[in-house]
Design a protein around this ligand. Structure first.
Ligand SMILES: Cc1ncc(COP(=O)(O)O)c(C=O)c1O
Ligand SMILES: [Zn+2]
Length: 395
């Protein structure tokens, strides 16, 4: 049965439309070149998508088939999505809230995904579309987790995968890429240097470039985090979402999901305030948010123990910033020392094995309490974007 109500793509900047039938990259207008966004027939989607109809569907992100790019029958899947939304018992007090009156703090635990991170959501979608349209070489620069996920889904689909990453990426992520049979290139440098390796392969060997938001597919997988929050909260949304932001796919994706839910009349009310959490060692979005600029400035000498948020020049910075401003949210930078302390606090007080990026959101919670941005009656979702198991160096 065809449930997908996908229509085609539209440029996020100039509105030029692009066909659903061919693989797309970014806007081809030479004056534009900005990310494309998928469009759906939401009137059609809402005829079958609601809390009741979802009840009997698979416990994976493919349950939101109406608002995905391919039908479940065409999915290259490892069972990703529908991860736990855990009520924190002790994090409120640990963040300094009064122990009797605390906000509701929920942890969306993305470590439960295949390959141990939320990157599975985006890559299952991108590889599914590539597979459906018959392309057989995928390539991407990565901070680690996206490469592991791309390698796994490529193996599943019979697609050859080429991954480039900084040579100081945690070895567990390099091992994963190799284990799934992908080609691994390491560079002495940052993700931008890894991107140079990939661009060469794209030009010389016709690899398909899966760099963050240089294609419109990964975003559609990541947006399901927003649909899941809505469904797991029984049609409600939290007041605050704290998200560790590198390239921003998840943040932009969730914001898109919330617009779609509102447009379908499935959510009525105030949308969550979105907060980008970054490291003080690489905080281009925080700086741009505070300076109220439309784009960010490249971050010089980026350095942090949290590889996923060591992204000096996020390509879709304008989309991240507009989600933060439109939602009346914010941007917070935390130190590596705070991240390490937060990893320990979350693990020991909740039994959740957070990655450094996920721990950063807990560190940011203390900042927002002190600023008075989050108060006792609020509800907050912290995103644990991956497992701590890939980071023995931080134990
Ligand atoms: C564990 C983890 N958290 C957060 C991020 C940042 O994700 P996004 O590109 O959606 O901002 C990454 C990206 O590599 C990651 O691996
Ligand atoms: Zn355009």
């Amino acid at each position: 049965m065809t449930r997908s109500s996908f229509l085609g793509y539209e440029c996020s900047k100039c509105g030029t439309t692009y066909s659903a039938k061919e693989l797309q990259t970014i806007c081809q207008d030479s004056n534009c070149g900005r990310p494309l966004l998928a469009k759906y027939d939401l009137v059609k989607a809402k005829a079958t998508l609601n809390l009741k109809s979802l009840k009997n569907r698979d416990a994976s992100l493919w349950r939101y088939e109406e608002v995905l790019l391919v039908d479940q029958d065409d999915a290259v899947t490892l069972g990703e999505g529908f991860t736990p939304l855990l009520k924190a018992r002790n994090l409120g007090a640990a963040a300094g809230f009064n122990s009797s009156t605390q906000p509701t703090i929920l942890v969306k635990d993305e470590s439960a995904n295949p390959t141990g991170s939320f990157k599975a959501r985006g890559l299952c979608m991108a590889i599914s579309v590539m597979h459906k349209l018959g392309r057989d070489h995928a390539a991407l620069p990565t901070a680690g987790n996206a490469g592991a996920a791309a390698a796994a889904y490529s193996a599943r689909a019979g697609i050859k995968c080429h991954v480039a990453m900084p040579s100081d990426t945690p070895t567990a992520m390099m091992d994963e890429v190799r284990a799934y049979g992908a080609d691994l290139y390491t560079v002495d440098g940052l993700i931008g240097d890894a991107a140079t390796v990939i661009r060469k392969g794209v030009v010389e060997h016709d690899w398909f470039d899966l760099s963050t938001l240089k294609e419109p597919y990964r975003l559609e997988g990541k947006k399901t985090m927003g649909y899941e929050l809505w469904e797991q909260l029984n049609g409600n949304l939290p007041q605050h979402i704290l998200y560790p932001t590198g390239g921003g796919t998840g943040l932009i994706g969730m914001w898109k999901a919330f617009q779609e839910l509102s447009e379908m009349g499935l959510f009525i009310g105030t949308l969550p305030k979105m907060y980008a959490v970054q490291s003080t060692g690489c905080a281009p979005i925080v700086d741009a948010f505070n300076a109220k600029t439309e784009r960010s400035m490249p971050w010089e000498n980026a350095a942090t123990i949290a590889p996923g948020i060591r992204i000096p020049t996020p390509f879709a910075d304008d989309l991240i910033l507009s989600a933060l401003h439109e939602s009346n949210g914010g941007a917070i930078a935390v130190t590596d020392e705070e991240i390490i302390a937060a990893m320990k606090t979350v693990s020991t007080s909740e039994g959740i094995d957070v990655c450094p990026e996920g721990a950063a959101t807990f560190a940011a919670l203390s900042h927002l309490r002190k600023d008075g941005a989050i108060s006792e009656n609020d509800s907050v979702v912290l995103f644990n974007t991956g497992t701590g198991l890939k980071h023995p160096e931080l134990r």
